[in-house]
Ligand binder design. Sequence first.
Ligand code: GN1
Ligand code: CA
Length: 127
Amino acid sequence: KVELFPHGRVVGQKVFKAAGFQKPFQEAQQVCAQAGGQLPSPRSEAENHALQQLVQVEDKGNAFLSMTFSKVEGRFTYPGGESLVYTNWAPWEPNNDGGNEHCVEIFTNGKWNDRPCGDKRLVICEF
Ligand code: GN1
Ligand code: CA
């Protein structure tokens, strides 16, 4: 587990690892897929807290989560299309500010904000 310090966290069966750089959402997805993982889908408070810690430790801004707004379904979904089983939205979020906030970032306080997918955010992958 030495390689998990300081950029990784283990929660149950999941490993989260920070890439250490920022990318727009689509490139961030590709980075994680290339590494055999995917963007993080926190499904519990414990998983969300581990991601929060990585965002704090990395000190490179907020990080993207995997989930995106499906216009067809009118809600946020995981990459597989399922509805969210856990959320930690900041107050008043998601607000789809400007009408194109179809991606999600996690703040250093662990709260979530919907955000344009073209913005660059810290890349963390889930394995
Ligand atoms: C930001 O910049 P502003 O206030 O219009 C953010 C939104 C948040 C909002 C929270 C592109 O919008 O996602 O919901 O703050 N949008 C951008 O107040 O930064
Ligand atoms: Ca927002």
